[in-house]
Design a protein around this ligand. Structure first.
Ligand SMILES: NC(=O)c1ccc[n+]([C@@H]2O[C@H](COP(=O)([O-])OP(=O)(O)OC[C@H]3O[C@@H](n4cnc5c(N)ncnc54)[C@H](OP(=O)(O)O)[C@@H]3O)[C@@H](O)[C@H]2O)c1
Length: 227
């Protein structure tokens, strides 16, 4: 039996892990031995660049660690069709490889205050989004007792404002990652996340409205006060 979310994330982890492990070693070698004699200032800048890129990679991996090893074991969802599991596995593996490869081998972050401002602001948004996502998933989980499959109206946290609070959190999270990384692959991932879970939030919203007569009228589907 497959569980949807566990399956959606778990297969993606080995992909990103496999791709990043050798890349990590390569990156460390590059950082420790620059090849030509360079000034201390240049070496410091290279070290800071490597540190920034590893910080971004660590944020990305933190999400998938949580999704694979914590969320997957807590979820009480229904079984998920194998086809969806396979699609998720392919997507997560390719995306994990793309993000890790780009960060480790292609991206150079300039050693300026503007880069650090982007990084700090983006990572702050990432953490806020991740917190909303985890908290909202926790609220959904606590709506059911073990073995139950009924649907109830979620209350608390961002659910007071939107029906898809967990999806909103995830979107905010990858928006922050895209701002922090400032790369095309990161923005592409953010875009596809919106395309994939945005409509899902809308479907949930419609379903709640149909299912529950007393569903809060002021609650939006995905974006608080707007959509
Ligand atoms: N980055 C991406 O592209 C992406 C794609 C998909 C998912 N995700 C993330 O993965 C996580 C889970 O996604 P999901 O699509 O499975 O979310 P979901 O449809 O909201 O379901 C999450 C869990 O809560 C249960 N649930 C939902 N509404 C409920 C209600 N009203 N009453 C009781 N239980 C309820 C679901 O049970 P049932 O299974 O029985 O409905 C499921 O176990 C989210 O955090 C999402 O952001 C990310």
């Amino acid at each position: 039996m497959w569980r949807r979310t566990a399956a959606a994330a778990r297969p993606g982890w080995p992909g990103s892990c496999r791709s990043s492990r050798p890349s990590c070693c390569h990156c460390c070698c590059c950082c420790s031995d620059s090849g030509t004699p360079s000034s201390g200032t240049r070496r410091d800048a290279e070290r800071r660049d490597a540190g920034r890129r590893l910080l971004l990679l660590a944020s990305f991996m933190l999400h998938y660690f949580h999704r694979s090893f914590i969320y997957a074991f807590l979820t009480r969802g229904r079984p998920v069709p194998l086809f969806i599991v396979l699609c998720s596995a392919i997507f997560c593996s390719l995306n994990g490889f793309l993000q890790a490869h780009y960060l480790l081998h292609c991206r150079r972050l300039e050693d300026t205050w503007l880069t650090d401002a982007h990084l700090a602001a983006g990572l702050l948004v990432f953490v806020v989004g991740m917190t909303i996502n985890i908290h909202s998933d926790h609220i959904l989980r606590s709506l059911r007792k073990p073995g139950e499959t009924v649907y109830r109206i979620p209350h608390g946290g961002l659910f007071e404002l939107v029906s898809g609070a967990n999806f909103f959190g995830e979107i905010v999270q990858w928006c922050g990652f895209a701002v922090a990384a400032g790369s095309l692959p990161a923005f592409a991932f953010f875009f596809f996340t919106v395309c994939s879970i945005g409509p899902r939030a809308y479907q949930h919203h419609r379903d709640y409205q149909r299912r529950f007569e007393d569903y809060p009228r002021c609650r939006k589907a995905l974006v608080p006060f707007i959509l």
